[in-house]
Design a binder for this molecule. Structure first.
Ligand code: ZN
Length: 180
């Protein structure tokens, strides 16, 4: 494809955007999120009062309820390409599973945990609203973020594409949406 520039290792380094007609440099493999989406709508004062946020954890105490979130990686297979498209996302767990995650933080073999149910709390570019999709969160070995599999509603494009994979063209469409 002439709209892609690849490095010596074959990875996509830059691509020509169909939205603005400029070349955008990568990364074309991973799109992160520093905090759950609702954090961007909170005032500085509310954040100080109600929020505890690290690069991996988020606890929101507000209106006599507490939400427990962790950062995880959602991967979408790219057809014909070894490296998937990865998103950093935030997922909301039960208090019990959140505490379990913390208890096992440094425990070798923790990846043998059963998946935890969680709600997706990050809006992904290139998709209809992905807030509160139902997901399974799988604990990964120590040092790795958990992986997320969206499973419901089953007709949501994210669920379908995570299951079936996407083309490189669709990958670029998603990355373009993230740039604009
Ligand atoms: Zn662009």
């Amino acid at each position: 494809m002439t709209n892609i520039r690849r490095g010596a290792d074959g990875q996509i380094e830059a691509f020509k955007c169909r939205t603005c007609d400029q070349w955008h440099d990568g990364p074309v493999g991973y799109l992160g999120a520093d905090a759950p989406d609702f954090v961007w709508h909170m005032s500085e004062e509310d954040r100080e009062k109600h929020l505890t946020l690290t690069s991996d954890h988020c606890v929101l105490e507000q209106d006599e309820r507490t939400d427990y979130l962790i950062c995880a990686t959602l991967e979408i297979p790219v057809i014909g390409r070894a490296q998937p498209l990865g998103f950093g996302v935030w997922t909301s767990l039960s208090e019990k599973n959140f505490e379990r995650t913390n208890a096992l933080w440094e425990t070798p073999g923790r990846e043998s945990e059963e998946p935890y149910f969680a709600w997706l709390c990050t809006r992904l570019p290139g998709y209809p609203d992905t807030m509160f999709l139902k997901t399974w969160v799988q604990t990964r070995p120590v040092g790795e973020r958990p992986s997320v599999m969206a499973f419901e509603p089953t007709d949501h494009p994210l669920v379908a594409e995570q299951r079936d994979g996407i083309t490189v063209d669709r990958l670029l469409e998603i990355v373009e949406a993230a740039f604009h």
